[in-house]
Design a protein. Sequence first.
Length: 421
Amino acid sequence: MADRFPPDKAKGAGAKGNTTSGSVADFRYKASPPPDTTPPPQEDTEGEAAPLMEAASAPRDHTNHTQPPNGAHRPRPARRQAYAALDLGTNNCRLLIAKPAGEDFTVIDAFSRVVKLGEGLANSGRLSEKAMDRALGALAICADKLRRRNVFLARSVATEACRRASNGQRFIDRVREETGIVLDIISAQEEARLAVLGCHVLLEQSHGPAVIFDIGGGSTELVLIEPGEEQESNVPRILDWQSVPWGVVSLSDTIARKGDAPEQRAARYAEMRQTVSDSFAPFSTRVDSWRARPDRRLLGTSGTVTTLASLHLELPHYDRQAVDGLIVPSASMREICTRLAEMTWDERSALPCIGHDRAELVVAGCAILEAILDLWPTEQLGVADRGIREGILRSLMAADLTPHSKAPSASGTPGQSGAAL
């Protein structure tokens, strides 16, 4: 039986106002080594997701409904209609399709593939033809799933790689022409908002302040949210946020390997940590008064934290239901980071839940995570295997449950989101 997801009753959640002083760090990439020529892995169709507990806020007006025939008036959807969220990141292409079920909703289809869209971007400032072809191959599969599942409402977003690449818009145009999917290149602030919307209820219950972070392929977002116990019907108010252009791909590409001797591996890891810490400095200064308060909480949503959590549990293979919502001692995560950074590529690739695909990138992820633990020290770290896609789904369904909400445009244009199928 498919897993069920709780309702989205917060029609106007997130409307408390936002006094954030967040910013996007605009550091230029340094020269990087040539792109990896290792063939991309095969697709990994995800299994059904575990229960989620998030509420939703009203979505932006980028979303696409399926166009009714002959321009006829589109009635409000039956709650059996399918909704979809697609997230094209710097490293991965991920899709979730869900149907409301009473006061819950159920994931009916999911897809994930490593596409390495941002491979070589740090060096060239452009998306390579091979990377775009890999992404288009995955998006074609997503488009087919959207058609077969008769998706009523979809939002498709692209993040740091397309934001930063000089040919990002050309790629977006090509995606629409070849697949019918209209990708919205969202801002770093919107990316942070959706990540919070998708996972905030996994925070430990406490009256202390919390930081939620998302380590991506091309960027990392940090979000400070107000203290207090979050309710399922509300999205916590964002107090501050920061986005830096260091994700597992961009950091790996920028801090080149200078050799594989133990001291060379250690030096590279130290440089990675320092680079990320320097980028976090403005945010660290702004949240200093919050950092002094007791009962701080920390929640991470990314492949890095779920992989490290799997190693902490000594899982023989990845198990989402064992990892999503797990609380891990921060000291244990630091110990795993140190151990992985000291290993050779062959040693890391032999570990369960890492393999060849993550053996290189996980080191950069560890460096980013340790920089975050330095910035916001906590005794425990929450782990979320959910984020942007779940946030999108909640936004879509909340809007359709609101009787007087403005219906999004039915005809997407380049730069908007949705599947024009």
